[in-house]
Write a new protein. Structure first.
Length: 383
């Protein structure tokens, strides 16, 4: 979303709209300099991309063949946002004048982070974008500052016009470009084809042991591997008292988070992802006290069997209800102690062939170690 909202094209359109609003309010000098800043940074970015060709990071579904250096998103954002902040400062009193620059700084950092997080640029690209954008910004400020005579403009109306100018392009671009942007920044996951017996004899050598968070840091173990039809898995567990968690949370369930101590209303707000993919199946088994429950998340793995469906990998954990509502200290948490619900899952899968294997607990990632994982992995296949 950030990549589309602050794309060079989107920012250029917003800049043009803002310049138009300045112009009709008799702020012709501001309008001309804002357009000039946008034109100069766009031209300078394209010039350096042609002059210095740097290949973009690889390993994604689609690779843009344009030069990675400098980052166009970063350069255009720095120049345009900070020049708008400079213009907006004149509308505010001295007490509130830092606000536009604070907002511009936060948005720029968000854009920089998104470009690195998505794998669209190297660190040197965004640094180059910042330096290039700052250079054009200073030149435009110096030119504009030669005439220090300013006119007063209504603050509320101009803030509203700024927000509309940035939101309007994105309103059209996000529906059009979201799917393509997601595809471009989706990492390639190599697929493995093997036999069920080969996997069964050595499951830990074929599949990943840990699932990484959104920053790429391993923080949860995959303690379940399951071969079989997802529909059969679901029906079997439902017959044993498990409940499927809908992918879209209802409003009533969301509000229960603030009123109920039941653990099922305190599951993670943000969906758990594996390779930027939602779980194919999420099920829970509440306990009688409602103070805790067992969570099961299953994803389609990159392992495929000859003539069969892919292997499902996932994790179980114990979700513990908060001790106190609306409290940071007493918030809900998860635990992997006491086999993390694997023993319960083992007894509920009697119609499947299953066994335990143990992963090494030496040099566990920091986040996994904090959960007290014992290295136990439950491997299940159709009998």
């Amino acid at each position: 979303m950030i990549a589309i909202f602050f794309s060079p094209y989107s920012v250029a359109v917003a800049s043009t709209l803002i310049s138009f609003f300045f112009y009709i309010q008799q702020k012709k000098r501001a309008a001309i300099h804002l357009l000039l800043a946008t034109f100069l940074i766009s031209g300078a970015t394209e010039f350096f991309k042609l002059l210095i060709h740097v290949q973009r990071p690889t390993g994604f579904t689609l690779i843009d063949d344009s030069s990675s250096f400098p980052s166009g998103h970063t350069a255009v954002t720095v120049t345009v946002l900070f020049f708008i902040a400079y213009l907006c400062r004149q509308l505010l009193s001295k007490k509130w004048s830092p606000i536009p620059f604070t907002i511009a700084t936060l948005l720029t950092l968000l854009v920089i982070f998104s470009r690195l997080y998505l794998g669209a640029h190297w660190l040197s690209d965004v640094v180059g974008g910042v330096l290039l954008g700052t250079t054009i910004l200073l030149l435009c400020i110096i030119s504009y500052h030669r005439n220090t005579r300013h006119t007063h403009l209504p603050v509320a109306r101009n803030v509203l016009l700024l927000l509309m100018s940035f939101c309007l392009p994105s309103f059209f671009l996000i529906p059009r470009d979201y799917a393509h942007t997601l595809l471009v920044h989706t990492a390639i996951v190599p697929q493995k084809i093997t036999s069920i017996d080969t996997w069964w004899n050595s499951p830990l050598s074929i599949t990943p042991v840990y699932r990484s968070n959104r920053l790429g840091t391993p923080y949860r173990p995959f303690n379940v591997q399951w071969q079989g039809s997802l529909n059969d898995i679901k029906k079997n567990l439902e017959a044993r008292g498990w409940e499927e968690v809908p992918k879209k949370q209802k409003l009533k369930s969301a509000l229960e988070r603030f009123a109920s101590m039941d653990a099922k209303y305190h599951m993670s707000i943000f969906p758990l992802l594996y390779h930027n993919t939602l779980p194919a199946l999420v099920m829970i088994k509440p306990e009688e006290t409602q103070e805790s429950l067992i969570e099961l998340h299953l994803w389609r793995s990159e392992v495929f069997f000859y003539g069969h469906e892919s292997l499902w990998i996932g994790s179980t954990d114990i979700r513990i209800a908060p001790k106190k509502l609306l409290s940071l200290r007493g918030k809900a948490k998860i635990s992997l102690e006491d086999s993390a619900g694997l023993d319960e899952l083992f007894s509920d899968t009697k119609h499947f062939d299953r066994k335990y294997v143990h992963a090494s607990t030496k040099d566990l990632p920091k986040d996994v170690k904090a959960l007290a994982w014992n290295g136990k992995v439950l491997v299940i296949r159709e009998d």
